[in-house]
Design a protein around this ligand. Structure first.
Ligand SMILES: [Zn+2]
Length: 181
């Protein structure tokens, strides 16, 4: 899932419908991210209200209304939903993002890592997901080669997981609410 501002391209009339919008429950708990097209439907039907507009402002015009492209919306009624996360362990991850998550530490020896290891090897269908990728130094990566950690007699120092973006954004929401008094 495209995850957000820094990497978001310029919003245009062609791509705005794909922009990510954070959905809060009526209780201000962050629920999930949806695309702007769905978010606008929720706003126009009164199911949700805008909490914050996207910056820089981007107006969406339909026949009868003009609204600003939202960044965050809030459901007007509390909805019970199972916990959902924006990014989960089985989401695809990129090499630089995995290195950042692991702070450039090798998951096998905690040395300086500049490569990423597929825990279940790619040659055996190991996916490019947060849970299957870990930062690794060159020596550990070549020692492990096309084997699982067990086969190579190597042990992971921590369990790789998706970064908890939802929790991060939730903290920001509580902060903004507190600041708004
Ligand atoms: Zn290492």
């Amino acid at each position: 899932m495209a995850f957000r501002h820094a990497e978001d391209p310029h919003i245009t009339s062609d791509n705005w419908i794909h922009a990510g919008v954070l959905v809060l429950n009526a209780s201000y708990e962050a629920l999930t991210e949806i695309n702007a097209e769905r978010a606008v439907v929720l706003l126009l039907s009164g199911t949700a209200e805008t909490v914050s507009d996207r910056r820089p402002e981007f107006p969406i015009r339909s026949k009868h209304v003009e609204i600003a492209l939202p960044e965050t919306i809030r459901l007007t009624r509390y909805v019970y939903l199972e916990h959902r996360v924006l990014v989960h362990d089985e989401s695809r991850a990129t090499l630089p993002a995995v290195l950042r998550r692991d702070r450039y530490r090798c998951g096998y020896c905690s040395g300086w890592a500049r490569t990423v290891d597929h825990i279940r090897p790619r040659s055996r269908g190991g996916p490019n997901t947060w849970a299957n990728l870990i930062a690794a130094c060159g020596p550990c990566n070549s020692r492990k080669a096309d084997r699982t950690p067990e086969e190579a007699g190597m042990r992971l120092l921590w369990e790789p997981k998706a970064p908890d973006e939802l929790a991060k954004r939730q903290r920001q929401i509580w902060k903004d609410l507190a600041a708004a008094g």
